[in-house]
Design a protein around this ligand. Structure first.
Ligand SMILES: *[C@@H]1O[C@H](CO)[C@@H](O)[C@H](O)[C@H]1NC(C)=O
Ligand SMILES: *[C@@H]1O[C@H](CO)[C@@H](O)[C@H](O)[C@H]1NC(C)=O
Ligand SMILES: *[C@@H]1O[C@H](CO)[C@@H](O)[C@H](O)[C@H]1NC(C)=O
Ligand SMILES: *[C@@H]1O[C@H](CO)[C@@H](O)[C@H](O)[C@H]1NC(C)=O
Length: 629
């Protein structure tokens, strides 16, 4: 036991999810399937090749008429009544070749038999992962069933006491958070139930409820409505047959954002107040007068997209003032303190970390830039510069390796750059690997980015850090007796160790590297690790990320599933069986299960070069892809 380290005691209550983060990503629309077909064609005889061409031609004729309707649009994801989300990109034949509807490949059984065994192996793998993906879908249905039975219309389910609780202001946060996941998974019943609830009840709640947190409401409710708008068809002629029309989601989103805007307009600085009283159209600061840096800077994807689709620039203008203002403030190698004052517009204190209250500031620097198409000439290149500088700062000031086995982790500087380093890492920090990988390739696969020589030295450094960090995040799961990660981990370094606080899995090599203090042993079903596994898998195509994701999913199934419906948070991941907390956070449906589902599925679904995920995992199309007809 050495120097007393700054504790997170103050933050132990941040439990409820307020300050989380996530990452985003993009990926070139290349898939296992596309590769398969190409490989296949190279190898087969001319006759077979012609046959394949003919099959494609026929398929093209069949598919073209329905796609035609939307061909004046740019890229647009739609949900077919039958098959989940397909991404329909423009331009004719090429589109068809590059974006086949879904696995398995469109080859005849005969073609399959002639396949080389390694191709066959890929096919076996694909069906293995499709089976696992179905299990995630079943888990989602089970989670929703508990919520619907006991808590419909409340913010969250308390699965053990079988009732609902309004912990986020009472806008039915679980309904809205879960809706786009149901759309992506193609669970029509849930799309209907959630959609109808929103159509019938949400507007009234928005006009009558009291205090809500600007950030939480924006990322969950506004973000969920905006994704639902896009995924149900957006402005296009084609809409899905289930649930309300897209315009219902847009109108509700607009109504909500009009209420939230008062947090910006009533603040004396460009930094918005943290809380809004919906029915009074008023806003005020948090009790200590301060806003979290991440909260003020994690609103822009949503407000920008709303401006795109509504045609009203006021949302984007207010939200972007925050980032333009933060650009002018002093920083420590791009890193920022976790509090900022809406009164003065200045940072408050020196506490620097990528966990709670800091996290998604860094995420949105990158993603807001990507949202505009990562355009070299855009007015938003300043955001990319801020992001790059900050990541350099992270590598220089916050990254260390643990003793004795060298896990790479990101610590904190609670007293600024001149104070001591704390080897503490919130689970929330596990958004960072995904963001780093996305920032490196801009959503392309690594192999394509390498082939096209697009990666700078910085990009390669960031990508390597991403791969090291996501492994550390996974090891914080594997080191515990339950296989689930704690809310906060400390790392053994030269000048810091505490005896007796290991995770309990005696076969983990990292038992002495990772320290889990009693106050930090809970698990809230958080998404950040599986989010990064999803992004890393899409970008590197390394199957180990799927294997890890599967291990984590199995641990959730084993220890957090409640038989009467729903899943629950845990008190202590280091003991078996773990004591259960009575809460299913909205992000379990909005994020954790969505990312797991996408991790095991076709890489063409919600591709990372066409969508950015907001910090609550709600996908938003890049560059307002559907805004203009
Ligand atoms: C959605 O996708 C899954 C596999 O990803 C598939 O089994 C299911 O049938 C699809 N949904 C519908 C309604 O077809
Ligand atoms: C199958 O493909 C792999 C590479 O994908 C190649 O090394 C192997 O020789 C092929 N086998 C046959 C029987 O063609
Ligand atoms: C940058 O902003 C200005 C005005 O704010 C605008 O006129 C210009 O078109 C923008 N440039 C780009 C590349 O978006
Ligand atoms: C314990 O650690 C080993 C080695 O990493 C791993 O294979 C195993 O799954 C872990 N057990 C749990 C419960 O996660």
């Amino acid at each position: 036991m050495s120097k007393s380290l700054p504790y997170s005691m103050k933050d132990v209550d941040y439990d409820n999810a307020k300050f989380r983060q996530r990452s985003l990503s993009k990926v070139l629309n290349q898939t296992i399937l596309t590769n398969n077909v190409k490989r296949e064609c190279l190898r087969c005889s001319t006759g077979k090749f012609l046959l394949v061409i003919m099959l494609f031609g026929i398929a093209y004729l069949i598919f073209t008429p329905t796609r035609h309707v939307s061909s004046h649009r740019a890229d647009h994801a739609i949900i077919n009544s039958k098959d989940n989300v397909t991404v329909d990109t423009s331009t004719g034949l090429r589109r068809f070749f590059r974006k086949p509807p879904r696995l398995p490949p469109l080859l005849t059984p005969d073609e399959m038999r002639t396949s080389n065994t390694s191709v066959h192996q890929i096919d076996v793998d694909a069906s293995k992962w499709m089976g696992k993906q179905q299990q995630v879908r079943e888990a989602f249905i089970h989670a929703w069933s508990g919520y619907k039975k006991y808590a419909m219309g409340f913010d969250e389910l308390m699965p053990l006491s079988k009732r609902g609780i309004d912990s986020l202001g009472g806008l039915g946060a679980t309904v809205v958070d879960a809706l786009d996941t149901a759309m992506i998974m193609g669970v029509e019943d849930i799309v209907n139930e959630a959609g109808s609830w929103i159509e019938t009840h949400l507007a009234e709640k928005i006009s009558q409820k009291g205090q809500v947190n600007l950030f939480e409401t924006t990322i969950r409710v506004l973000g969920g409505l905006l994704s639902a708008y896009h995924l149900s068809g957006g402005a296009s002629v084609e809409t899905t047959s289930v649930g309300p029309k897209p315009i219902v989601y847009l109108n509700t989103a607009t109504m909500l954002a009009d209420k939230l805007l008062v947090a910006f307009t009533s603040s004396p600085s460009p930094i918005p107040f943290s809380d809004v009283i919906l029915r009074d159209n008023s806003a005020h600061a948090a009790p200590d007068g301060l806003s979290s840096t991440s909260e003020a800077s994690t609103l822009q994807l949503e407000f920008n997209y709303l401006s795109d689709i509504s045609g009203d620039q006021k949302y984007s203008l207010e939200a972007m003032k925050v980032l333009k203002h933060i650009k002018t403030l002093p920083k420590v190698e791009g890193l920022v303190p976790i509090y900022i004052s809406p009164q003065t517009g200045e940072f408050s204190g020196q506490n620097i970390r990528l966990g709670s209250r800091g996290d998604s500031y860094y995420e949105y620097l990158l993603k807001v830039w990507l949202q505009q198409g990562a355009n070299q000439n855009s007015n938003l290149t300043y955001l990319h510069s801020m992001y790059e500088e900050a990541m350099k700062g992270v590598r220089h000031l916050l990254v260390k390796k643990s003793v004795p086995n060298g896990l790479v982790f990101v610590g904190e500087l609670p007293y600024g750059a001149s104070g001591s380093f704390s080897p503490k890492m919130d689970h929330l920090v596990c958004f960072l690997p995904g963001t780093l990988a996305l920032g490196a390739t801009k959503g392309m696969t690594k192999s394509k980015a390498m082939r096209d020589n697009l990666l700078t030295f910085e990009d390669l450094e960031n990508l390597r850090l991403a791969e090291d960090l996501v492994k550390t995040c996974v090891e914080t799961y594997l080191v515990t007796s339950t296989g689930l990660g704690p809310e906060i981990a400390y790392f053994h370094v030269e000048d810091y160790f505490e005896e007796g606080y290991d995770g309990g899995n005696k076969s983990s090599k990292y038992l002495n590297d990772i320290i889990i203090k009693p106050a930090d042993r809970h698990n809230l079903l958080r998404p950040e690790t599986v989010e990064s596994l999803f992004v890393l898998y899409r970008i590197t195509e390394d199957p180990k990320y799927r294997e890890w994701g599967w291990q984590i999913f199995e641990a959730f199934e084993k220890y957090t599933k409640v038989s009467s419906g729903g899943y629950t948070s845990l008190d202590d991941v280091t003991s078996v069986p773990p004591n259960r907390r009575d809460k299913m956070e909205t992000f379990f449906l909005g994020e954790t299960l969505k990312y797991l589902y996408l991790l095991f599925g076709d890489t063409n679904v919600v591709p990372l070069d066409k969508f950015v995920f907001n910090t609550e995992a709600h996908p938003i199309p890049v560059n307002g892809a559907d805004k203009r007809q």
